[in-house]
Design a protein around this ligand. Sequence first.
Ligand code: AMP
Ligand code: GLY
Length: 424
Amino acid sequence: MKILVIGSGAREHAVVLALAGGPDGTPTGHELHAAPGNPGIAAHARLHALDPMHPVAVGDLAARLEVDLVVVGPEGPLVAGAADAVRAAGIPCFGPSAAAAALEGSKAFAKDVMAAAGVPTAMAHVCTTPDEVADALDAFGAPYVVKDDGLAAGKGVVVTSDRAEALAHGAACLARGGDAQVVVEEYLDGPEVSLFCLSDGSTVVPLAPAQDFKRAHDGDEGPNTGGMGAYSPLPWAPAGLVDEVLERVAQPTVDEMRHRGTPFVGVLYCGLALTGRGVRVVEFNARFGDPETQVVLARLASPLADELLAAATGRLDQQPRLRWRDDAAVTVVVAAHGYPATVRTGDPISGVDDADALPGVHVLHAGTATVDDALVSAGGRVLSVVGRGPDVEAARAAAYAGVDRIALEGSHHRGDIAARMPEL
Ligand code: AMP
Ligand code: GLY
């Protein structure tokens, strides 16, 4: 198969690696292309310069390469219509249309779909003025949850007990003007789970659940980020969780989207809180999560390309049951100086090959670039170091052994990824 992957993060590196056969699997022989890709992805795929935010350019590239399948990684291009452009060129695309990607692109839209589909989620008010924000904050009480309605790269949500900070975030989101909206919602207490569900518009196939660490610093301190680490499986998760989420969350949402005439094809990322009152949706994303994909795909034993093509062509019901490795994976993100605020780029990176050579370790690139043959930092999340082992502890030890080999001045990473399991 000839496959084009759109994006340039560690998630896309993980997807490309899985399409190529995995870190130590048999090569699949697929012809892989990536745009724009990154230096790590270049080991498995031919790279093409491209601004993925331009749907026409994405569609044109897919047509010019005559690929059999396009996989769109990030939310920005999806919300901008990349998948629509690919389908318009007559090429199967794994990724939702702009209309369906609104499940991620607008939190207010997602709430509306969940209400219509009877999906359990936090109670919420959609606000358009600072006064409405203030009233909603007082109605729900502390801790306060204030969300920018639109895409914000994981940084649009403030959870705080400081009413002034909550108000200020609401005001800042509204200050953008236009039809800016803010979602204020009930605080959900309980461990979080990310469950990715593949959808062809009708049939839904859940992947293995993972847990993400969203805060910048150890002990879940500091600002929210795109994600600083993840692990899978979740030994503590209740039996039947995946089936319950499929039945109560993912399938009703996919059905509702189909009934609205905007079928959801791609990954429905269910961000969940396991509260004392049951499972609640914290958010939907319309794509694979980063860094959870790095651990989920590391454990997938079935051929990824077949599954994604089946989803893109409405044939998921004909696929054999997914197989999973009976092991664990942990990933630790190495972030640039300053991340998630203003990041410094251009710092030399060393030790990636040493880390990669360790047993059970592979390094995925995110914000990297090559300048004069040297690898340098080029983004906020620079590398995602994945460790695998028979259980979470062993995988964690492998991941941190890999991180220890890597040198990047001013970088930071969390030391407590997968260190403690939640208690239910
Ligand atoms: P989101 O972008 O909606 O996933 O929010 C980012 C993070 O903020 C989530 O992963 C949670 O850790 C936190 N969060 C979002 N909504 C809530 C909520 N209703 N209650 C508690 N924490 C939340
Ligand atoms: N890891 C969170 C996300 O991908 O949005």
